[in-house]
Every structure is written in structure tokens, then in C-alpha cells.
Write a protein that binds this ligand. Structure first.
Ligand code: FES
Length: 118
């Protein structure tokens, strides 16, 4: 089966949530389908940076992302814009910056994971 037709599991490390994401569906679209309030949705086109995240584990395909949002060094370290990435395997993702604040807003302070090093 072509990867675009497969379904993969995405694990949001910040919250412990997991969701199914199709191989032709962006990680942000899959996250939105969780239906939980607080998922930041901006331009959905790789230009505003609100969905900035880091892929900790897994294979993916990233479409063109604004260099103003993700530097070449960040991209090499797995930083992506979730609206520009489709999964090619199961994924572990860590939200960054505004995305992180939004997805962890519903957690008690004690339940929030430590801020990752930048
Ligand atoms: S929603 Fe704007 S860069 Fe992802």
C-alpha cells in the first residue's frame, strides 16, 4: 500500500494524546480532528509558524516551510510546521513555542512536561 493511503499513529509527547493520521493528511489536520479546543490553527500553509513542532521519532515528508519560521539548523534537528508535514510512519511529536502553550493549556502546571532545550 502506498504511504499516502496508510494510517499512522501520532503521539503528542506534551500531553500523552494519540491520534490517527492518514498518510495524505497533515499532522496539524489530524490534530484538529481530535476536536479538542486549543489547537492553534493559523494559515495552514507554512507561513505563520503557530504550528511549530519537533518530530522526535518517525519518518515524514515536509513540504516547503518558511525560513522565517524554521531555520535550516532547526529543520535539520526535526523542527517542522505541522501544517506542512505528512507522516510516513508512526510519529512522536513535541509542540514548540505557541503550539506548546496551546496544547498544554488544559493540563495542570504539575502535569506539564518540562520545557525542551532550545
Ligand atoms: S498554520 Fe501557519 S505555519 Fe502552520
Amino acid at each position: 500500500m502506498h504511504p499516502a493511503e496508510q494510517r499512522f499513529e501520532v503521539h503528542i509527547l506534551d500531553t500523552g494524546e494519540r491520534y490517527a493520521c492518514g498518510g495524505s493528511q497533515t499532522l496539524l489536520a489530524g490534530m484538529e480532528a481530535l476536536g479538542r479546543k486549543g489547537i492553534p490553527v493559523g494559515c495552514r500553509g507554512g507561513g505563520c509558524g503557530v504550528c511549530k513542532s519537533r518530530i522526535v521519532r518517525g519518518d515524514y515528508h515536509a513540504a516547503k516551510m518558511s525560513r522565517a519560521c524554521v531555520s535550516a539548523d532547526e529543520q535539520a534537528a526535526g523542527v517542522v510546521l505541522a501544517c506542512r508535514v505528512v507522516p510516513r510512519s508512526d510519529i512522536e511529536i513535541e509542540a514548540l513555542d505557541r503550539m506548546r502553550r496551546c496544547v498544554t493549556r488544559h493540563l495542570t502546571p504539575a502535569a506539564r512536561p518540562p520545557v525542551p532545550p532550545t
